[in-house]
Design a binder for this molecule. Structure first.
Ligand code: SF4
Length: 177
């Protein structure tokens, strides 16, 4: 990700390289960052906010769209109002996070509960704005990177153990499958 070959994009203290699939911008400069996925029903797997109203925010399993949204906001100066994953297979479902009041544009594709889950709120996750979600995500990513740099690399496969299926570390005590 960069506006020119010489421009260095920094996120969470690290150089960032990548490519945004799509940015939709309306005539008022409001933008939604979209990342395509070759999937159908992806709402839960790609959700960025907790299903339960917990009042706390932990990094979701996938942060790619939130990283892109933050960079698009800060680097390009758009008023970013959403970061979504769009499944391009089957029923064309989407998931992600969106500024409060904007989720209703998806009322034909998502249930009211799904739309509610896409908007940060103090009750749901302890963060009350979409911009705050982007900023907090970067802070947590920076903390995670700092721990990795300090050599703290816990054995933490995903719950389904997909990463373990083809892993050659046969005697790993954390193996899940
Ligand atoms: S087997 Fe161990 S090292 Fe390999 S992916 Fe699973 S948890 Fe990680």
């Amino acid at each position: 990700m960069g506006t020119s070959a010489s421009e260095r994009v920094v996120y969470a203290g690290c150089s960032l390289d990548g490519k945004v699939d799509r940015i939709d911008v309306d005539d008022r400069g409001r933008a939604i960052v979209i990342d395509y996925k070759d999937k159908s029903s992806l709402f839960d797997d790609y959700a960025l906010l907790p299903a339960e109203v917990t009042g706390t925010y932990a990094l979701p399993k996938r942060v790619q769209a939130l990283i892109y949204a933050k960079v698009v906001r800060d680097l390009l100066g758009y008023e970013v109002v959403g970061a979504v994953y769009l499944g391009t297979r089957g029923n064309i479902q989407l998931s992600g996070a969106i500024r409060d009041g904007y989720a209703d544009v998806f009322d034909e594709t998502l249930t009211s509960a799904q739309r509610a889950r896409m908007s940060p709120s103090v009750e749901r996750c302890g963060i009350d704005t979409f911009d705050g979600l982007l900023d907090r995500t970067e802070e947590l990513v920076a903390e995670r990177i700092a721990r990795l740099r300090a050599g703290e690399i816990p054995v933490a496969p995903d719950e389904a153990g997909k990463a373990c299926v083809h892993c050659p570390v046969v005697e790993c005590e954390g193996r899940r499958s």
